[in-house]
Design a protein around this ligand. Structure first.
Ligand code: SF4
Length: 266
């Protein structure tokens, strides 16, 4: 069984408990305005151009983003990280893109991880088929579920799809009794408006006791250069989209005072 990944990150500390290895699967059905991983969007490996400056000269070099991997190959790579993952009570996180864009490969990877006693987390946008979520459920130790915007039209405007499927999947997932963490990208003027935060809190109120925690992920522009490299027009919010520390503290307090365990950064 083969899948396509675009990154393999060792020593990840923001993608679930402990020190983790995060496998980034290629392909995403959404197009969030603030996305810092546009190389995740296309499901197949793609070519990009990178610039290298040597002795004041600019060279352009083609590179391929994404690679096909087999379950066996990836398990061998993960095995090398076992010690650090076990000692830190970490594990393996499957992220993207949207990992459920490759449901069969994800399922086989999760099964192999469970057979090899790795803790597993799936970081999902929630824009996925419920039947695929159901299939991976027995092999997933923890779900990291992104909630971006509560207003259906604004969700469509800023991510390319409305949020009905996502919210339905979230409600359904919470009924299954699996550990779930919510992840909220905090983008000033977009997700971090008073209206959206209040609506998100209201939506989460019935689940406050059962949610593991809420991770607030401050917006950054680190991925901006990737758009150029890929020849995609970058519409990421400017510097004003970055929440300052006072804003983050206020949002932290808002969720915390409503009974949620909160972290900044995951
Ligand atoms: S769901 Fe994640 S990877 Fe997909 S476009 Fe949005 S931010 Fe990017």
């Amino acid at each position: 069984m083969q899948g396509t990944i675009f990154d393999f990150k060792r020593f990840a500390v923001h993608d679930g408990p402990g020190i983790r290895t995060t496998v980034f699967l290629k392909g995403c059905p959404l197009r969030c305005l603030w996305c810092h991983n546009p190389e995740s969007w296309k499901p197949e490996p793609e070519s990009a151009e990178r610039e290298i400056r040597l002795d004041d000269r600019l060279y352009r070099e083609k590179e391929i983003i994404g690679r096909k991997v087999t379950v066996n190959d990836l398990m061998k790579e993960l095995e090398k990280e076992r010690l650090v993952m076990e000692e830190s009570q970490g594990g393996v996180t499957f992220s993207g893109g949207e990992p459920l864009m490759q449901p069969r490969f994800l399922l086989e990877m999760l099964k192999a991880c469970q057979e090899n006693a790795f803790h597993t987390a799936v970081d999902t946008s929630g824009f996925a088929l419920q039947e695929d979520l159901l299939r991976i459920m027995p092999f997933t130790s923890l779900f990291l579920f992104d909630l971006k915007m509560m207003d259906m039209r604004k969700h469509e405007q800023f991510t390319g799809a409305d949020n009905q499927l996502i919210l339905d999947n979230f409600r359904w997932l919470m009924q299954q009794g699996k550990p779930v963490r919510v992840r909220i990208p905090v983008v000033a003027g977009y997700t971090a408006t008073r209206d959206n935060l209040t609506a998100t809190l209201e939506f989460l109120t019935p689940y406050a006791e059962n949610l593991e925690q809420v991770d607030l992920l401050p917006y950054h522009r680190i991925g901006m250069h990737k758009y150029d490299k890929l020849g995609i027009c970058c519409e990421m919010p400017g510097e004003s989209g970055k929440p300052d520390s006072q804003e983050m503290d206020e949002i932290y307090s808002l969720f915390n005072s409503n009974g949620h365990k909160v972290t900044i950064g995951g």
